[in-house]
Design a binder for this molecule. Structure first.
Ligand SMILES: C[S@@+](CC[C@H](N)C(=O)[O-])C[C@H]1O[C@@H](n2cnc3c(N)ncnc32)[C@H](O)[C@@H]1O
Length: 232
């Protein structure tokens, strides 16, 4: 949230209304609503939105949640800013990404920024593996991830193998495949231009430190991009 607000300040906007695309269970939306923004979250997953709606606390500011695709949503209002966080943008194929940009364009106030995170092709390390181990509500969640990269279509397919453990007993195990489209910076610039948006800035996804935003290099994996309506 601090990162987002630093971006808003850098681009001279103080939004009231924010549109969150691929909002999932509303992790960012509740925090933004708590900071006083009017938030609308859009996601195509009824399951994620159902969890999001249950998370709303009594008497707490509530985001609005809308079931729709980020490539095809239509809402009866415009927003001062739009965001798409935590890799959500990569779930779109290239043609869907162009449609998403055009929808964002028609839902943004004239100087409104669209802040979205994407993964950079040049920074993908094929064959990457990692472990995650966390405990939540008495359950231990172990996740082993394995990525394979399809160069021709720039798709990073990540297999997440989960083991859910209660005490010493494995209570569930399952695998999910997430196919994420990665982009070079040039490709992203062209895609934005084709869709009537222009790139206002790009920063490394790591939160800014005391020295400010971190510059993007060819090895920056998560890029936080800021786009605005183009001149056309
Ligand atoms: C990695 S999660 C990120 C969730 C949330 N932004 C966060 O940071 O917690 C990606 C989300 O994008 C949603 N998603 C994927 N493709 C979508 C699409 N075409 N339209 C809308 N939502 C989509 C998924 O349902 C999922 O909730």
């Amino acid at each position: 949230m601090d990162y987002l607000e630093k971006i808003f300040r850098r681009y001279g906007v103080s939004p009231t209304s924010i549109l969150d695309l691929g909002c999932g269970t509303g992790n960012h939306d509740f925090l933004l609503a708590h900071r006083g923004y009017q938030v609308t979250g859009v996601d195509r997953s009824p399951e994620m939105l159902s969890i999001a709606r249950k998370k709303a606390g009594r008497g707490q500011p509530r985001p609005r949640f809308v079931l729709a695709g980020m490539e095809s949503f239509r809402l009866p209002q415009t927003f001062d800013a739009a965001i798409c966080m935590f890799g959500g943008f990569g779930y779109l194929r290239r043609s869907e990404a162009a449609r998403c940009f055009r929808s964002v364009r028609s839902h943004l106030a004239p100087r409104g920024p669209f802040v979205f995170e994407y993964w950079q092709t040049t920074a993908v390390r094929p064959g990457i593996q990692s472990w995650l181990d966390c405990t939540s509500e008495g359950l231990q969640v172990l996740r082993f991830s394995e990525g394979t990269f399809g160069r021709r279509r720039s798709i990073l397919a990540i297999d997440f193998h989960f083991l859910i453990v209660r005490g010493r007993r494995v209570v569930d195990r399952f695998t999910e495949r997430h196919a994420i489209r990665t982009y070079t910076r040039q490709e992203m610039g062209s895609l934005l231009r084709e869709s009537g948006l222009s790139l206002a800035g790009e920063f490394a996804g790591t939160p800014p430190g005391r020295r400010g935003f971190t510059r993007v290099t060819a090895s920056t994996f998560r890029i936080m991009a800021v786009a605005r309506r183009g001149e056309s």
